[in-house]
Design a protein around this ligand. Structure first.
Ligand code: AGP
Length: 612
């Protein structure tokens, strides 16, 4: 998830572009750049680091161009570096592009262009776009105001994946072309000037009049006019929408808090994490790993090591890896793992999960594993983070920056990435073929099903209103549902300060049931058809002792037995946490709001625990 800004008007573009990027840094901040159309042609200034570093680039203040594009990056392909930062240009430096999204077929397009003599100077997927535009522009013999638009249109028809793209060219000093598919892009209408942005905050201070592009719609912008076209370049009529948000709330795209925004970003985060890894009829692709069948057959144990929510994702990973790959797998809390002298040798695979990639205990555990000759693999949301520099291998969630301290979209993206990794291992081992095919189909359906679960918002909010003054809440589950019980208890604890505990449902009668008394709230998750009856009988035990009950399930239950039942779509048990956790993320959020707490920055907590 990156941030893009564009300007075409009569004023100097550079300060407008940089100001816009500063307001979009929450969308990504590992590198930034701008490109403007100067008298002498396209000028690009970019570097690794935060947006404010652009001011240190020599000559940035001398830019006079009144058309420009800009980008602040959240690296997905290629580490944060100057050559990987945007804007990107074609080989002839005639076209400049900024892009937000993931081009899934960039390898294929690179080969097509390389065969035509183009060269590539970055590791990004984006760099194929300006060169494709150059290729089509030069093949177009008609010279008119639409030539740049036609070239961009043809190039975009070759792209697979998600993209919001802004294009300027030294051949056309009167126009900018933009297009979007599955990545956001808005157009701000000014007086003799027009603005582009990934979302409203970056340009809200310049105008309240916006056009919202739909997927695969193109816009041809000049200073005084904006024309819209569909994928076949048929003209499209669009109405101006007046946005009344103030700039502060617009940073959260209209959501009251980052946490709620990030809960609702989960369909996109999961879709982008799946990316190009799952295509019908082809193997799950982790070309950055190249693990062999012999290596995997020789693995004597997998450790999944992490802290907090990341460790809970690891618990789901254990279920998948053992069931589908039959490799003994142990989940460990990093701060425990690093001091208990774990049994590790060169046949042990240690996987470290960390959204930030900066958690001190997790990095220390990784270093210990390397000293003991284990192979180490990092799963993180931040390309170039410390953990990726310590691990032998790194694979990435593509959840975009997670600002709220309480982790939501990173967790569900970690679970889906662990499922993809499990599929990759199973296919390499040549085992569990039927289960793997079934799981692949279910994973592809996840973004839509997550959208479905998000609609339980009101029902969950209503239950939260009933229990927000509770002192204790219990979460119960069996099997993979127990991992969600743990994650949900953590969510509630950390943002509402209510004491919340989780137990394996079958453990209740071994002690914890002594805590159940009249009015206590018990929340349970039931998604495994083989275990639902057992969990129902556990819940009956607490109901008879006066507990209030909320059930999250995709199974048939007697709704009348419980206070509230949140029904969610069925899916593979391996990835059911991705759906069952969402109502409970929302529940924690609404309870915290009812209590008037700072949801995004809860007391005593930091987003990344970089100390022991
Ligand atoms: C999750 O809601 C918490 N904020 C916390 O437990 C977090 O998951 C943990 O600190 C690990 O962080 P990491 O994923 O960045 O390593």
């Amino acid at each position: 998830m990156c941030g893009i800004v564009g300007y075409i008007g009569t004023r100097k573009a550079s300060p407008i572009l940089i100001n816009g990027l500063l307001r979009l840094e929450y969308r990504g901040y590992d590198s930034a750049g701008i490109a403007t159309l100067e008298d002498e042609g396209l000028t690009v200034m970019k570097d690794k680091g935060r947006v404010k570093n652009l001011y240190n680039i020599p000559g940035i203040d001398d830019l006079k161009g009144t058309i420009g594009i800009a980008h602040t990056r959240w690296a997905t392909h290629g580490k944060p570096s100057k050559e990987n930062s945007h804007p990107h240009v074609d080989n002839s430096k005639s076209f400049s592009v900024v892009h937000n999204g993931i081009i899934e077929n960039y390898n294929e397009l690179r080969k097509f262009l390389t065969d035509k003599g183009y060269k590539f100077y970055s590791q990004t997927d984006t760099e194929v776009i300006p060169n494709l535009i150059h290729y089509y522009y030069n093949k177009d013999t008609k010279n008119d105001d639409m030539k740049l638009l036609r070239a961009v249109n043809k190039a975009c028809k070759d792209l697979k994946g998600s993209f919001a793209v802004e294009v300027i060219s030294k051949y056309d000093k009167e126009h900018m072309v933009v297009v979007r598919k599955d990545s956001p892009l808005v157009i701000g209408k000014g007086d003799g000037e027009n603005y582009i942005s990934s979302d409203i905050p970056a340009i809200l201070s310049f105008t309240k009049d916006f056009y919202l592009l739909n997927d695969l719609e193109f816009a041809l912008l000049s200073r005084d006019d904006i024309k819209f076209y569909d994928i076949d370049l048929n003209p499209v009529e669009k109405r101006v929408q007046v946005i009344e948000w103030d700039a502060a709330s617009a940073e959260k795209e209209g959501y009251e808090d980052y946490m709620l925004k990030e809960i609702h970003e989960q369909p996109t985060a999961i879709r982008e994490t799946i990316g190009a890894k799952l295509n019908e009829g082809s193997k799950c692709d982790f070309d950055e790993l190249k693990f062999t069948k012999e290596y995997l057959q020789g693995v004597n144990k997998i450790y999944l090591v992490a802290c907090g929510t990341a460790m809970h994702a690891g618990l789901a990973g254990k279920v998948m890896l053992e069931k589908l790959c039959k490799i003994p797998t142990e989940v460990d809390i990093a701060s425990e793992f690093r001091y208990r002298d774990p049994i590790i040798d060169d046949k042990t695979l240690c996987i470290f999960i960390s959204q930030s990639g900066e958690t001190a205990d997790t990095i220390a555990a990784l270093k210990l594993s390397r000293e003991k000759k284990a192979r180490t693999l990092a799963i993180t949301n931040v390309i170039g983070s410390s953990i990726t520099r310590e691990a032998d291998y790194s694979i990435y969630t593509h959840a975009g920056p997670e600002i709220a301290v309480a982790s939501t979209k990173a967790y569900t993206s970690q679970v889906v990435l662990l499922a993809l990794l499990t599929i990759y291992f199973a296919e390499t081992l040549g085992v569990s073929k039927k289960e793997v095919e079934d799981l692949k189909k279910e994973i592809i359906e996840l973004p839509k099903k997550v959208e479905e679960v998000l609609k339980t918002d009101e029902q969950v909010r209503e239950f939260g209103h009933r229990i927000y003054q509770e002192k204790d809440v219990f979460f119960l589950g069996r099997g993979i549902d127990e991992t969600v019980a743990r994650e949900s208890a953590l969510k509630l604890k950390e943002i509402s300060y209510i004491h919340a505990d989780s137990y394996p449902a079958g453990e209740l009668k071994h002690g914890p049931i002594a805590l159940i008394e009249n009015g206590i709230t018990v929340i349970s998750i039931m998604t495994d058809p083989k275990l639902v009856e057992k969990t129902v009988s556990n819940i009956q035990e607490v109901i008879t002792r006066g507990a209030k009950t909320l059930v999250v399930t995709n199974q048939k239950v007697d709704d009348k037995m419980f206070d509230t039942v949140v029904h969610i779509p069925e899916t593979s048990p391996f990835v059911s946490p991705i759906l069952s956790v969402i109502p409970l993320q929302l529940l924690s959020y609404y309870i915290s709001k009812e209590k008037g707490l700072d949801v995004d920055k809860p007391r005593n907590l930091a987003k990344s625990v970089t100390v022991e």
